[in-house]
Design a protein around this ligand. Structure first.
Ligand code: ADP
Ligand code: MG
Length: 358
């Protein structure tokens, strides 16, 4: 009985800070009644699409509640993530409560996939309509900072950068997802490691726009760590590192390959620097400028997700086989390898009639 007397207070506290609609309050009320939650505390974050609250279980374990807003306006511009999504093929509902429920459920499933792959991410516990209950990433009720809010030295950032690139590769190949909103805002720095959050918009890796999302994700990573003084791999090479099927030679780990690629990039930069006339700094800037220019072309270029989207697959495969495919941005991605490489033989697949994700 006293629990129920308290209940109104407890849900009121959350309500006062940010308006919760009656239905959401009822969901929280029931969670408290069932003993999943004991109290809902203050807001950890107020966002455009969701608010995150701190909560406690009856045994005083810390939880995070992500409560999605149910206003239709908020979710209108999310359709780009859903178009072409197999799981949303029955149509994207116009009913905002229903849409929001889909997003919350999607975040729960995506978090599960990350956890199943051993990636540091909140453990999802339960979803009820627009309320997602997950483990709290923090210590003693204090949320761990976003990567954006940390002040880390290049020495501290470097191992985190390597780990993050390996994680993005794992998300792609093991979870078969692309985060699609990855940046220093959606990564928490928790107990010395990077934790991935905010995966409601993540897409299947065969989503028609998966590569565009991935490219933007990697650009954010590249820019953040570059600004932080880390020797990064460069956008195009990172994209290749993440997407390529066969990466490792005999007895090589992915981490070794990544470190080797970064060293190679630095060495290439130094070489250009030495052969360049004029002052070193100018030469170095020119190398950087060239690369930035190439990266900006890469950002704008179309990367087909599969052979269906390749303009003329037979011509392209032939080109690569003749060793002229160096400029083919998607050569690695579609598994076509030039003959001098040791990789698999080119095997053009017949164009499928219907792509699964389309
Ligand atoms: P939004 O859609 O508003 O960006 P996020 O999932 O990114 O939602 O969460 C917003 C903020 O809430 C995060 O930046 C983080 O500070 C906090 N947060 C989210 N999930 C958790 C969690 N499980 N534990 C602790 N803090 C969290
Ligand atoms: Mg976020």
């Amino acid at each position: 009985p006293s629990a129920h007397a308290n209940l109104k207070d407890k849900s009121d506290r959350a309500t006062n800070e940010q308006v919760l609609d009656p239905r959401t309050r009822l969901i929280l009320f029931k969670m408290i009644g069932r003993g999943l939650l004991d109290e809902v505390n203050g807001c950890v974050s107020t966002g455009k699409e969701a608010n995150v609250y701190h909560a406690l279980t009856p045994t005083k374990d810390h939880l995070a509640l992500k409560i999605y807003k149910t206003s239709i306006l908020v979710f209108k511009d999310r359709s780009k993530y859903v178009t072409g999504e197999y799981r949303f093929r029955r149509g994207y509902s116009r009913n905002p409560r229903k849409m929001v429920r889909l997003w919350a459920e999607k975040e729960m499933r995506n978090l599960r996939r990350l956890r199943a792959a051993g990636i540091d991410a909140p453990e999802p516990l339960e979803v009820r309509e627009n309320v997602l209950v997950m483990s709290f990433v923090g210590n003693e009720g204090w949320a761990s900072p976003r990567l954006k809010d940390t002040e880390l030295t290049p020495e501290q950032l470097t191992p985190l950068y390597l780990q993050l690139v390996l994680t993005v590769r794992k998300i792609f190949h093991v979870c078969k997802l692309v985060h699609a909103d990855l940046s220093e805002y959606n990564i928490l720095y928790h107990n010395g490691a990077l934790w991935i959050i905010d995966v409601s918009q993540s897409v299947e890796h065969d989503h028609p726009a998966a590569f565009d999302f991935l490219r933007t994700d990697l650009q954010n990573v590249e820019e953040f760590f570059g600004r932080g003084g880390v020797s990064t791999l460069g956008l195009r090479r990172t994209f290749e590192f993440v997407t390529r099927e066969n990466l490792c030679g005999e007895g090589e780990s992915e981490e070794t390959v990544l470190e080797r690629w970064i060293e190679e990039r630095e060495a290439a930069g130094d070489e250009k620097e030495e052969t360049g006339e004029g002052v070193d700094v100018v030469a170095k800037d020119r190398v950087k400028g060239d690369e930035a220019h190439e990266d900006s072309i890469f950002m704008k270029s179309f990367i087909p997700r599969n052979l269906n989207e390749v303009y003329d697959p037979e011509r392209d495969v032939e080109k690569v086989t003749r060793g002229e495919g160096k400029n083919l941005i998607y050569a690695d991605t579609i598994g076509v390898v030039a003959p001098e490489d040791d990789g698999p033989k080119p095997k053009p697949k017949p164009a499928k009639k219907e792509g699964k994700g389309v």
